[in-house]
Design a protein around this ligand. Sequence first.
Ligand code: PEP
Ligand code: MG
Length: 531
Amino acid sequence: MKPAMGRRHSGTGASDGLFMGPARSIAGRSAAPRVAADPDSERAALAAALAGATGGIATLMTRVEGDAADMLGFQLAMLEDDALAAPAFAGIAAGLPADIAFATAMNAEIAGYDASDDEYFRARSADLADIRDRVLRVLAGEDLAGAEAGVVLTGDDLAPSLFLETDWSRGGAIALRRGSSTSHVAMLARARGIPMVVGLGEALSETAGTLMVDGSTGTVTADPDAAEQVAFASALARHSAARAAEERFLLQPARRRDGAPVEVLVNVAGVEELDGIDPASCDGIGLMRSEFLFRDGADLPDEEMQYHAYRRFLEWAGGKPVTIRTLDIGGDKPIRGLTPEGEANPFLGLRGVRLTLARAEVFRTQLRALARSAVHGNLKVMIPMVTVPDELARSAALLAACLAQLEAAGTPHAAPPLGIMVEVPAVAVAPELFGAARFLSIGSNDLTQYVTAAARDDARVAPLNDPGHPAVLRLIAQVADYGRQTGIPVSLCGDMASEPRHLAALLGAGLTSLSVAPARLARVKAAIAEL
Ligand code: PEP
Ligand code: MG
């Protein structure tokens, strides 16, 4: 069947790379309606399907590690929680067949996640849909095997477990009508180097035949003609050669063409990421986003749990600097029970240090854990969303009080230097007010959204949210200049540092320290060598 309209579709690139192959639809896998038996049999059928799905995921978990294992761990925990299926069992007691009862219950749960303002939670709904479909497929007695090797998976969205079951040994790609570049499956695709394009829209619905996927430009071409195939083959050759050439830079210190060194550190969110990064490939951790230790709906991590997590990062780094940022929740990262509900404009509300100062008991627990972990390496503590010097002073006073308590109790600890993120324009405009900060790290993601008044999570204003805007670059240069004059170290940890197209401007602004996504280390170092 030919595409319904247009052969070239534009979406958003979620994972770099190019691939051409036969399309395989992941739609239409829903189970045929079951014939309802008596409630006891339906209850037993659902219990067996839940057990079968749990077993399937547990088996998958033995084959993967890192983020993938983490995601499957989330699914296992959900499946093992009796609360998940309780409404479905209630539906069966009320006379519904097992599949309808389970689908109805799960759809209600998924709708709650879908309605979230936060893209992270919306992306998580795919995990729940994955659980739903897996259980329904077991109930229907379907074969759960993934797609064969070397195909382009197409559909609305892709369940992470289907990604993991797919044979990628001969490459492949993903082209989705909906989907999100921050979803788990996008993360898995990037980690595995599988090209992926999301947001292609309904025009892709009738697509069959051969698809050419370019994850870098976010385009998909259906049934390409000979000239398009030749152009694609040469683009693919260029892409492969470029990636291979970059890999040579991974384990070398970053240097500009004139030999001047540039410090390149990594941004991380969880301990499970560490397994995939060679400490020799970077100059340390420039940003650890500690808020990802806090899971919505779960108990807040206690001091002990946090201490062990921070210690893992420090031991991994083996003496290289590790900058751990204190909780930056609120805004696009809500935690139920901790962040305020119903804020009119969460990005301008109680976020980052504003929130932790308002919830001093949570802040204190984190600061104690950080001070205890500081004996295990070269720790720096960074405060997010600072706007006025008083916020830094109050944070420093809380840290000092924690240090005094630990000292009095004879608990091993050390005093980490305290620095701040420069992500609120007020700080970038007047950095001299923050002379007490031991270091500055520019958060270009937030700085850009506040300078351009264009939200970082709204696709409609994405063209305005440009870190390359002269106003943003001027502020960055000003902060770098302030650092040079005062001797206060300045780094940049926003996403723009991971984009080679911005590197000339950043180094030109006088920055000599950048923190980037681990998957971009080789590319960034290679690009720096050209400058
Ligand atoms: C930033 O704002 O640039 C930053 C690094 O922090 P986050 O993306 O976590 O807000
Ligand atoms: Mg930020």
